[in-house]
Design a protein around this ligand. Sequence first.
Ligand code: SF4
Ligand code: SF4
Ligand code: SF4
Length: 159
Amino acid sequence: MSGVDPERRGLLRGRQAALPFPPWAATDFTERCNRCNACIRACESGVLVRGDGGFPRIDFTRAGCHFCAACVDVCEREAFDVPFTNAPWTLRPRLADGCLAARGVVCRACEDVCEAAAIRFQPQLGGRAILQIDTDACTGCGACVAACPVDVLMMEEAA
Ligand code: SF4
Ligand code: SF4
Ligand code: SF4
């Protein structure tokens, strides 16, 4: 499978609305966060980046979130909802047109990285397969987004 075209990813990012805040971000996150970026340095997955306005943002094209809470632990401004009474966020992956498996190309990159086993494929005639996401099993980690070589998975607020 070919690698991901960085230029294409850049264009994709440019088309996106503002990237999400880190998991468990408080509702008044932008008022509490002083943009010190300590959370970005603490994030070992690489999913956190300095985004719009200098605030930390989640960029799923780079990696998934491990929900390790290192970003929360390092924050001195209490910009997160703790204790964790709420879900880290309500983001879930959505599949756009262009999945390789739907065209008969053998690709299971998203399934391979999904630790929640939330991705399955329904075989079709002609070697094609239709991707199905179990939204109950899905944790919203976004690992599948980063793994997809053709960028047809994206994270959106669950309906
Ligand atoms: S929970 Fe962990 S992996 Fe996710 S953004 Fe925070 S530090 Fe990064
Ligand atoms: S976002 Fe959901 S479907 Fe994607 S890898 Fe994570 S748990 Fe699996
Ligand atoms: S990684 Fe992307 S192209 Fe491959 S099966 Fe998953 S959604 Fe389809």
